[in-house]
Design a binder for this molecule. Structure first.
Ligand SMILES: C[S@@+](CC[C@H](N)C(=O)[O-])C[C@H]1O[C@@H](n2cnc3c(N)ncnc32)[C@H](O)[C@@H]1O
Length: 347
């Protein structure tokens, strides 16, 4: 196991879930027979069958429960690592919600927004374009952070190849239409690239930094909106929990946190613990709004389970946008055998 240094609590280094105290499931998941993994063969066979079943069948409750079991198996045998994958207009319902929230702001008011784990900037530019086209009167102060120098350079440059994926290895333009392309980009110098229009690039401050470090609050200051999507799922449970609580410190009371692409148990636990208000508007659409994570369930550890209204906690579990109310100081969480519990304050 590679332990994380305390100086970089947010960086995910390949680690297998449950390695410190392997559960029966984790031990089973890593078992070998004649140097081959029977669990891998079992998962491959299940995958083959699952992909041939119609969605109306895989959506049935018994198959969903079976899918949850398969997902647990996948998670206990897969090493976590960070990815740069992103898209322009990645989750349209999320953009609609941002537009609706920005419509509530007073004429000419200031909005402070921070993008954490910004990758090549596709998400930040898409959100800024959405707000700026709907509310040109707002004064937006935006900052974007990534832990990787290479990808941050791409984001800052705002020049994207139409043919080569450049670090991100994802079809970044797959979800944007022709009108939006024209509105956001100018033709680039090479003929096969495009560059973000200068009015859209203006005023963004780019930072190389770790969203999990305590200094992030000093670096960015309090924010009305914090967007932290699709990087906490690549961290171990304790690190994702710590990082999420750290990120939450950035949001001003009454402000909003956009937080998708994270282990749902951790998000639910922290949201309940800190009394966050789930935003109900477009909740299910946003949950289903990013096909790359929904379709990867249950086969990848980051796969997102189906929205399930039969769960008692569904409103918190499936919300990926929260309004943050003032935080109460409480004892920290501790993890043992993959389960979270609250430490007692001593003294
Ligand atoms: C999968 S991309 C997601 C990009 C974008 N947020 C999205 O949802 O499309 C994850 C990004 O988070 C960055 N990242 C990972 N850990 C981080 C950390 N602790 N602090 C800041 N950025 C981090 C990675 O370098 C990568 O660029």
């Amino acid at each position: 196991m590679v332990e994380l240094g305390p100086e970089h609590p947010g960086i995910a280094i390949p680690i297998k879930e449950g390695m410190a105290h392997p559960s029966l499931l984790a031990r089973l998941a890593r078992a070998r027979l004649f140097r081959k993994s029977p669990v891998a063969a079992y998962l491959n066979l299940n995958n083959w069958i699952w992909k041939r079943l119609p969605p109306s069948v895989t959506a049935l409750p018994p198959l969903r429960s079976y899918g949850r079991f398969l997902h647990r198996l996948v998670r206990s045998r897969t090493a976590r690592r960070q990815y740069f994958g992103t898209f322009f207009f990645r989750n349209r319902p999320q953009l609609t919600l941002i537009r609706r929230l920005s419509a509530q702001r007073g004429l000419g008011s200031i909005v402070k927004i921070a993008f954490l784990g910004c990758s090549n900037g596709a998400e930040a530019y898409s959100i800024l374009w959405t707000i700026r086209s709907a509310r040109p009167d707002l004064k937006i102060i935006s900052q974007a952070v990534d832990i990787s120098k290479e990808v941050l350079k791409l984001a800052q440059k705002g020049v994207y190849s139409l043919t080569a994926p450049e670090l991100v290895e994802a079809p970044i333009f797959a979800r944007i239409n022709g009108d939006e392309m024209e509105a956001m980009f100018d033709p680039g110098k090479n003929g096969d690239d495009v560059q973000i229009k200068s009015w859209l690039k203006e005023g963004i401050t780019w930072h190389l930094g770790d969203a999990g470090s305590p200094e992030i609050l000093t670096l960015l200051g309090p924010q009305d909106i914090v967007v932290a999507n699709n990087f906490l799922c690549h961290m171990t449970r304790p690190n994702a929990d710590r990082c999420l609580r750290n990120i939450a410190r950035l949001v001003t009371p009454g402000g909003y946190l956009f937080i998708s692409g994270i282990d749902l148990d951790i998000r639910t636990e922290v949201a309940l613990d800190l009394g966050w208000r789930p935003v109900r508007d477009l909740m299910e659409d946003i949950h289903d709004g990013d096909a790359s994570v929904r379709n990867d369930w249950p086969w990848k550890y980051w796969g997102l389970e189906p929205f399930d209204k039969r769960r008692n906690d569904w409103e918190v579990r499936y919300a990926s946008v929260f309004q943050l109310v003032p935080m109460v100081v409480r004892p920290p969480m501790q993890y043992e055998n993959g389960r979270a519990s609250r430490q007692r304050w001593l003294g």
